[in-house]
Design a protein around this ligand. Sequence first.
Ligand SMILES: Cc1ncc(COP(=O)(O)O)c(C=O)c1O
Length: 385
Amino acid sequence: MTPLRPGRSTVAVHGHLSRPRAGEPVVLPVHQSTTYVQEVGGGSEVRYERYGNTPNQLALARKYAALEGAEAAIFLSSGMAATAMAHLAVLRPGDHLIASQFIYGGTRKLFDEEFGRFGISLSYIDPSQPRAWRKALKKNTRAVFFESPTNPNMRVVDPAPIASIAKEYGLALLVDSTFASPINFRPIEHGADVVITSGTKYLNGHSDVTAGAVAGTQSLVDEVVRLARTWGPILDSHSAWLLDRGLKTLALRVARQNSTGLAVATWATGQRKVQEVHYPGLATHPDHAIAARILDGFGGMVGLVVDGGAAGAERFLRRLRVFTHAPSLAGVESLVSEPRLTSHASLTPEQRAAQGIPDGYVRLSCGVEDAEDLIADLKQALDGL
Ligand SMILES: Cc1ncc(COP(=O)(O)O)c(C=O)c1O
C-alpha cells in the first residue's frame, strides 16, 4: 500500500510517489536541452530553461516544496539569487524591511549596498529580543527576515513571537533556513511565509553545485518565477539533476551530521585548549531550550574558540588532516573556516568580539566521515598548540 503521508527520507528519494511503467528509467534522466518543441499556433506552454519549467527543474522544485511543506518552490542559481529574488517578490519601492542582525555577510551586503536603489529601507535588530521586532515597526514595514541557526554561533531564533507580530501587522516573514535544512527545521510549520535556502549547502551536500531555493505559497513562487524569468538567475537543468541526486541522501547525511556534530561538540567541551564551544545541542548554549523544542536535530556545525587567538587558530588549521580549510559548509567532507577571514572579514577584531566571535574562532562543518577520525584530527591539531 502506498503510504498516505510519506516521511521525509522517502520524499527526498522519490519526490511524489507514482507507479513507474515497465521500461522507464528508474532515475529521471538529465534533459540537456534549453528549449522544447512548441505546438504550432501557440497551443502549448512555452518551455525554455530560463523559465524554470524543464522536466528536471520542475521535478526538483516539487520535491523540495514537499520537503518544506510548502505549496510550491523554485530553484535559482545560488543562495544569494534566492535571497534577492524572494525579497524583491515581497517588497516594493518605499517599503521597510526589519532584519535580524545575525545574518550571512553576503545577505547583509545585498541589503546594505543594493536595496537602497529600489528605495527599500532596513532596520537591524537582535532577533532574540521579541520586543525589538515590535519596536522597529514603521508605517511602511512590509516584511521581516531572519536566519536560523545563525552563522557562526548557531544561535537559534524562536519563530513564534516573530510570526505572531508578522501576522498581526500583515507582514511577510522570510526565513533563511540554510543551516537547518528541511530535515532539522521547516519554517513554514512555524508561521513563515517564505523559506530561503542556499542549495549549495545541505540540499546538494557534495560541494559541487551552486544553487538556491525559494519555497512558499503558489502565488509567492509565481512572483519569484516571474522575476527570475526577467532577471535570469534560474538553476540550469544539469545542475538541477545533480542537486536532485544529492537531495536523495539528504535525510541520511543530515542524520549523520547531527550525531557527529553532537559528538564533536561534547568532546570539545572537555578540552583544555578549547576556550568556548558553540553548539545548540549543548545545555550551555544560550538557545538550547528553544533548539530542543523546535529543531529535529542540532546540525553538523560547531564553533570553537581555540587558545592563542588568530595565531593559535592558524597553527591549529595547519595541523588538520581530515578537516579541509575552506569556506562553505554542509558537504560530505568536513570543512573548517575562520569567520575573521570569511563571513566577518569586514568587521574590526573588537566588533567581532562584541558579536561573540573573538580571534581564535574556528567554524567546523562536520561531514560524514567517521566521527572518531574527526575527533582524532581535532585532538592532534590541538596538541600542537
Ligand atoms: C546562511 C546562508 N545563506 C545564504 C548563503 C548564500 O549562498 P550561496 O553561496 O549559494 O549564494 C550562504 C552562503 O554561505 C549562507 O551561509
